[in-house]
Design a protein around this ligand. Sequence first.
Ligand SMILES: [Zn+2]
Length: 118
Amino acid sequence: MTKANLKKIKEKLLAERDILIDKLKDNDLSIDDSETPDPADLAVRNYSKNVMLAVSENESRQLALIDEALRRIEDDEYGLCQNCEKEITEKRLEAIPWARYCLSCQELVEQGLLDEEE
Ligand SMILES: [Zn+2]
């Protein structure tokens, strides 16, 4: 990968990181529970709370992946598959700059044949 491309990817990662941090801030779970809600209301609130939690879980996870990718750029290890250590194609990195695995290893992950490190 050329330095120019790497720079572009880094900018993309940083921009994506900002968006995620903003989203996570918006997902503030401060729902006003001070009044006594009726059970139906409570169910709705719990539901939206769970949805929000699930969303922020995804976002936190993605944020961790982005941080990891940025760290790998600093360490000059960016673009190598975390499993087989082959280079991940630039096309794939352009689409998913925080990808940890090459396409074939990603398939293994999706089939549950490869344990993803946390
Ligand atoms: Zn691989």
